[in-house]
Design a protein around this ligand. Structure first.
Ligand SMILES: NC(=O)c1ccc[n+]([C@@H]2O[C@H](COP(=O)([O-])OP(=O)(O)OC[C@H]3O[C@@H](n4cnc5c(N)ncnc54)[C@H](OP(=O)(O)O)[C@@H]3O)[C@@H](O)[C@H]2O)c1
Length: 268
């Protein structure tokens, strides 16, 4: 469920897996207007759905609608996945953080959360999941930069140490000595301008990750690659989220194959 939702690559991924595992069913994009979200979620059980994923702009609102929210989602303050229980009640969780870490480790197996300061740009739903994931993995310093400063400060207060809010105008200085840079804003996405962030002060060995996956090669990743930084694109974050979702919906841990990734990549 999202608004808009037709750009999502999730139907392609889940329908590929449904066919592969011989499950009778379909994963359909549901364009739900924000003021219709509660009714749409209540309709899941009577319509026979096992659950759904939640995307922009519903992640925070959905948390307040489902009956049960696990600890991860509550801490992040947003849900990305809904599970319909056998009695028709709804449970919410957040798989963005799992997807982010799995992707990072797959693409940069040498990455360690305590290797040095991480800079996260953004303070929306995606950024909250990234900050949670990094803190859980043991990051000792997370420099959080957001255009709207108050939002970064709220998040820093909620998560406490190791998160520090840095003003937007100081973002180039925030890159000094960093081991990881993550773009968790919508900037660089198709239809949006590139993220305004000169990389001059970023160490050459720092990993640069983008959670945007349309396009796969964002202007930020291209700029990082040009100066020799290792990069991680956002598609794997979407792909790896499928595993905990399927475990909850069907009791299956599906393999995310190179072939599936290539199929999605071909559409980006
Ligand atoms: N790969 C994945 O699986 C995955 C998962 C989740 C999200 N995403 C992607 O991540 C992106 C963000 O999603 P979200 O759910 O976090 O969205 P969101 O909650 O709407 O947050 C958007 C963020 O972008 C910032 N922003 C927007 N316009 C900006 C501008 N002109 N200059 C600087 N910052 C700007 C916002 O800053 P303000 O607070 O100042 O408005 C905010 O921090 C989207 O492209 C989404 O598709 C990918």
């Amino acid at each position: 469920m999202g608004w808009p939702v037709m750009h999502s690559r999730s139907p392609m991924i889940h329908n590929h897996l449904l066919a592969k595992h011989g499950l009778a069913g379909a994963y359909v994009p549901l364009a739900i207007k924000p003021d219709q979200l509660a009714g749409a979620l209540r309709g899941l059980a009577p319509l026979g759905f096992a659950g759904c994923n939640i995307t922009i702009p519903h992640k925070q609102q959905a948390l307040a609608i489902v009956g049960e929210v696990d600890q991860v989602a509550r801490r992040i303050g947003a849900i990305s996945c809904v599970i319909v229980r056998p009695d028709g009640s709804l449970a919410g969780t957040n798989n963005d953080c799992f997807g982010f870490i799995e992707n990072l480790l797959q693409r940069q197996p040498g990455w360690r959360a305590d290797a040095g300061p991480a800079v996260v740009i953004g303070a929306g739903g995606g950024a909250r999941a990234v900050v949670y994931a990094l803190a859980e993995r043991g990051a000792r310093a997370i420099r959080l930069v957001n255009r709207t400063r108050a939002r970064a400060e709220t998040l820093a207060r909620e998560f406490g140490s190791p998160v520090t809010a840095i003003p937007w105008d100081d973002r180039d200085r925030a890159l000094e000595g960093a081991a990881l840079l993550v773009n968790a804003t919508s900037q660089g996405m198709v239809g949006q301008p590139p993220l305004e962030l000169p990389l001059d002060t970023l160490p050459g060995g720092a990993i640069v990750a983008d959670i945007v996956y349309t396009p796969l090669d964002t202007p930020l990743l291209a700029a990082a690659r040009r100066r020799g930084n290792p990069t991680v694109d956002g598609l794997g974050m979407l792909l790896h989220q499928v595993r905990p979702a399927w475990k909850a919906w069907f009791g299956i841990d599906p393999e995310i194959t190179a072939d599936l990734r290539a199929q999605v990549e071909a559409t980006l």
